[in-house]
Write a protein that binds this ligand. Structure first.
Ligand code: HEC
Length: 252
């Protein structure tokens, strides 16, 4: 039989006490049995498991900042959810982008035109061009009345009074007779704004590809300041051919 020195026995005993989470017992008074019986029942149930937890907890408090501590202690998110959460900001940006974008991608002139429409026209023609006090413009209706853009700009510049109640306007096939109620915008919107709102209506309500292309050209002209479009038309004298000339000269 091998004799184990007294001091080694003591060391192993105190090591075991540390592992089981018990307070070190006195050298002589208590043995392991005794110290366990004074500990709460939950701790004695599985001494090894609880002791590891205890060690970890102490480490966290000492070494980790509070936010890390909080993160470690809360309910854990499954790995797949974590990766989904990482994608959330990207997704949010994309989602907001789609919310702000109408059916046709609106930038520059088209965006400006949409704003003018909402402010100046939607009360009578509906937020989505569905009509109200004024005619429905959506579902291509606007293009049936005005196959040519210049005629439409002239109509909006002059309004019902400028054309005169009882006279015709728009495409002869459409057969519109001025009944009154459409305001004149020549003094309110300058050439660029008039063209912007008209292009918006033709692109979004008329689904006109031509309007999209023209809006792009107009964007370019505005960006490079190639042409001054800040002037106002004269509601009394402006003609479709005068407007047409301006539109033609903005084509590249
Ligand atoms: C106060 C109400 C009102 C506002 C605001 C208004 N409109 Fe009108 N709009 C009318 C009425 C009413 C008519 C029919 C006029 C008539 O018969 O004399 C009309 C006709 C039109 C037409 C011809 C539609 C067709 O098929 O005959 C177009 C295009 C149009 N408006 C565009 C616009 C634009 C662009 C704006 C904003 C810049 C605008 N309207 C603002 C009332 C309005």
């Amino acid at each position: 039989m091998v004799e184990i020195p007294e001091h080694l026995l003591k060391r192993s005993k105190s090591a075991r006490e540390r592992m089981t989470g018990q307070a070190p017992s006195g050298d002589t008074s208590s043995d392991l049995e005794e110290s366990q019986s004074t500990a709460p029942a939950s701790e004695t149930a599985s001494p090894v498991e609880t002791s590891t937890e205890k060690v970890e907890e102490t480490k966290i408090v000492v070494e980790d900042p509070p936010y890390v501590n909080a993160a470690k202690n809360r309910d854990k998110i499954p790995w797949w959810a974590a990766s989904a959460l990482l994608c959330l900001p990207i997704w949010a940006v994309i989602y907001v982008g789609t919310l702000e974008r109408p059916t046709v991608e609106a930038t520059g002139v088209l965006q400006h035109g949409a704003e003018i429409y909402e402010q100046r026209c939607s009360s009578c023609h509906g937020a989505n061009g569905g009509g109200g006090a004024g005619y429905k413009l959506a579902d291509g209706e606007v293009l049936i009345t005005f196959p040519y853009m210049a005629d439409m700009v002239e109509w909006i510049a002059k309004g019902s009074d400028g054309f005169g109640v009882g006279n015709t306007y728009g495409s002869p096939e459409r057969g519109r007779i001025v009944a009154g109620g459409m305001p004149a915008f020549a003094d309110v919107l300058n050439a660029e704004e008039l063209m912007s709102v008209v292009l918006h209506e033709r692109a979004v309500f008329g689904n006109s590809e031509e309007a999209l292309i023209y809006a792009e050209e107009l964007d370019h002209i505005i960006e490079t300041s190639e042409m001054d479009l800040d002037m106002y038309f004269d509601a009394e004298t402006v003609t479709a051919s005068e407007i047409s000339e301006i539109i033609e000269s903005t084509h590249s």
